[in-house]
Ligand binder design. Structure first.
Ligand SMILES: Cc1cc2nc3c(=O)[nH]c(=O)nc-3n(C[C@H](O)[C@H](O)[C@H](O)COP(=O)(O)O)c2cc1C
Length: 433
């Protein structure tokens, strides 16, 4: 048996049961999402820092406009007045979603990952704006992530697409799911799918920093399935975190999950937004390079490579231009830590070892977040004569999950072998990336 023997049913549509998880900031690019949709699967873009992403892609000036507007605030330790203009935020979000959806082809669909923890100095209004604008832009589905999302459904219940857009939630425990379902019942809108993310995932983790290593995905999936059964709720469960082979995926479906969500293997595809050099760092990583720490100002543990350049960078915060993690009272744990460090040592150098300016460094691809299995990536492709690794395409990785058996990995076609005799490793790198 293999994953392709199953289909994921959402409403009246069927999909290859592979969901590519949201990877912010712009690691799960529109190109990546479009490629997966063409193959009949489900993929995400992320709405993390969407104004900055829109500027990069479409030549808008949302970030510089905001920075100029709040230039006079840069010396203030508390950024009470630094707010997102909601119409600008909606415009950026709509632009990103609309352009993505215009490029979509095939039987699959494209969802957007919305992190509640991006509080943006005005938590409810900015979240509401992002969610409504994503629906306006034509997104097929919204995955609510990084938070309990107790008010999210309520915030969008008047939108004409509220009952037709697919809505899912990411949880890491039955406890969180119970709370969400209780609130969902109040607006008579249950989630269309539930992603159960285990402790081996990339990005932020929904576990305690000390407790994550004693939990495992299969146990939590079984607990969620049995909770849904006791409630007579027929909601598809999607397993996520550490699913590395098609056989891992198959085991989750045999357990009762309806699909899987994966990310790390797609982070190094040609279509992923990570810079080429960073993709090679992911391939080169060893197991001992993978750490879980508390440097994220969100307060959630995060998994990353210990070589991440953001660690110990002690960057000057740029909340006037970015400010996605300001909690609503004009502060952010990184901003606070930076100000304290500069007061302690006004002549410099300033050292903020325990926190990272996530807004700045996720945007610059300097937080190398990854799933626990990142160190196995080198076994999934060919090493080139110059020691670098050939980048697979989304299709290569997708087909491997879909069709491989017995924990084997179907390697991508060796594109070096097809190259003309004028080939040099450098030329190949430019071509492939
Ligand atoms: C590079 C990277 C970035 C991620 N960013 C996000 C994110 O912005 N929001 C989110 O909810 N999950 C994020 N995740 C988690 C994935 O969406 C996914 O659920 C998880 O990593 C799946 O496990 P796997 O990476 O072992 O396949 C990220 C994962 C990776 C690898």
């Amino acid at each position: 048996m293999r994953l392709d023997d199953f289909r994921l049913k959402l409403g009246n549509k069927e999909f290859v049961p592979i969901i590519i998880g949201g990877m912010g900031v712009d690691i799960s690019t529109p190109e990546l999402a479009v490629a997966a949709a063409r193959l009949g699967g489900i993929s995400h873009i992320s709405d993390a820092e969407s104004p900055a992403v829109a500027d990069r892609k479409f030549g808008t000036h949302f970030v510089t406009d905001k920075q100029e507007r709040f230039f006079s605030e840069r010396k203030n330790k508390i950024k009470l007045n630094v707010h997102f203009d909601l119409s600008m935020l909606a415009e950026a979000q709509r632009l990103l979603v609309r352009k993505t959806m215009e490029a979509k082809k095939g039987a699959g669909v494209i969802f957007i990952n919305c992190m509640e923890k991006l509080l943006m100095n005005n938590p409810l209004k900015t979240l509401q704006t992002r969610l409504l604008a994503a629906m306006d832009g034509g997104i097929d589905g919204i995955t609510l992530s990084a938070g309990l999302h107790l008010r999210s459904l309520h915030l969008i219940k008047e939108h004409p697409r509220f009952r037709d857009v697919k809505i899912g939630i990411i949880v890491s425990s039955v406890r969180a799911l119970k709370i969400f379902i209780h609130r969902a019942k109040l607006v008579k809108r249950l989630p269309d799918y539930i992603i159960v993310e285990g402790p081996l995932a990339g990005g932020h983790l929904g576990f305690d920093i000390k407790g994550w290593s004693s939990c495992d995905l299969k146990t939590i999936v079984k607990e969620v399935l049995s909770f849904l059964k006791t409630q007579n709720l027929l909601i598809p469960v999607i397993a996520a975190g550490g699913i590395f082979t098609g056989t891992d995926a198959l085991e989750m479906l045999q357990l009762g999950a309806s699909g899987i969500q994966v990310a790390t293997r797609f982070a190094v595809t040609q279509e992923s937004g990570l810079p080429a050099t960073v993709k090679q760092e992911y391939f080169r990583a060893h197991e001992e390079d993978v750490i879980v720490n508390l440097v994220s100002p969100t307060g959630y543990p995060m998994r990353m490579l210990k070589q991440s350049p953001a660690l110990h960078a002690s960057t000057k915060p740029n909340c006037e231009a970015l400010g996605y993690l300001l909690v609503g009272d004009g502060t952010c744990p990184y901003l606070n830590a930076y100000c304290e460090a500069s007061e302690r040592n006004p002549a410099g150098p300033i050292s903020v070892p325990h926190k990272v300016c996530l807004c700045t460094h996720m945007l610059g691809y300097r937080v190398w977040t990854c799933g626990h299995n990142v160190y196995r990536l080198k076994k999934t492709t060919h090493q080139l004569p110059d020691g670098t690794y050939q980048l697979p395409t989304v299709e290569d990785v997708f087909r491997d999950y879909q069709f491989s058996e017995n924990h084997e990995i179907l390697l991508p076609p060796n594109r070096v072998a097809d190259l003309p005799s004028s080939y040099t490793p450098q030329a190949h790198r430019n071509h492939a990336l």
